[in-house]
Design a protein around this ligand. Structure first.
Ligand SMILES: *Cc1c(COP(=O)(O)O)cnc(C)c1O
Length: 219
């Protein structure tokens, strides 16, 4: 199936209130343009340099989401244009984003990443770290970031009970955080293999790559 056909079929399987991030990491400009011409405007990348290159070459009404783990020294390259940073998991990183937002006089949208998987290779905050972060004076003082919600990645497993449990936990964290930050609206969870489950558990944003663009040759 073509990229356009894949997109159409995925979109028809999404609930109305769920936003699709088309994860285009490792994929060429032509593939992104095919999705763009089918109406897709939100794309996700996990490497800053790659995202910057694509931003330079592609139409400016694309909203770029940084979905990967982010090093602080790379924030400056994307601060001018990035629409949403999904993987924010430390106060130090948030401070760097805030500093670069200030330089460009814009508020940069951020999702705080929670650690929900069993694997310890996946980044993210636990609940205590999340609470400490948002309670800190430094956090409260930041003017150039806008926390829009939470993001998480489930364990890479076929065990759907396990995945569901992790998504349920993230949804609970989201509801809890909503009491403290009532403006949040985004719960970013679900990828090609588990987005149906994620939607059942309350996802409002899914990040889908291989089911749209085909398998990747490298990460
Ligand atoms: C690559 C990636 C995705 C998309 O994965 P697919 O399985 O190809 O849909 C989603 N989220 C993150 C954080 C990723 O790095």
């Amino acid at each position: 199936m073509s990229i356009q056909e894949n997109l159409r079929s995925i979109k028809s399987s999404l609930a109305k209130e769920v936003t699709l991030v088309a994860v285009s990491k490792t994929k060429p400009i032509d593939d992104i343009m095919e999705a763009y011409n089918a109406g897709q405007r939100i794309f996700g990348e996990n490497k800053v340099q790659e995202m910057v290159k694509k931003w330079e070459q592609l139409p400016k009404d694309i909203q770029w989401h940084m979905i990967g783990h982010l090093q602080r020294n790379k924030v400056k390259y994307m601060a001018e244009f990035v629409d949403l940073v999904h993987g924010v998991d430390s106060l130090r990183l948030l401070k760097e984003i805030n500093k670069n937002g200030a330089k460009h006089n814009r508020k940069i949208g951020c999702l705080l990443q929670m650690h929900i998987a069993e694997e310890d290779t996946k980044f993210g905050l636990d609940q205590e770290e999340l609470n400490d972060l948002i309670a800190s004076d430094e956090f409260q003082a930041m003017q150039y970031i806008e926390i829009r919600g939470l993001m998480g990645m489930a364990t890479f497993t076929n065990n759907t009970d396990q995945i569901r449990k992790e998504f349920k936990f993230l949804k609970l964290c989201f509801e809890d955080l909503s009491k403290k930050l009532p403006q949040i609206s985004i719960l970013s969870m679900g990828m090609s293999g588990d987005y149906q489950l994620a939607m059942e558990e309350g996802s409002t944003m899914v990040r889908i790559g291989s089911s749209i663009f085909g398998a990747r040759n490298y990460q």
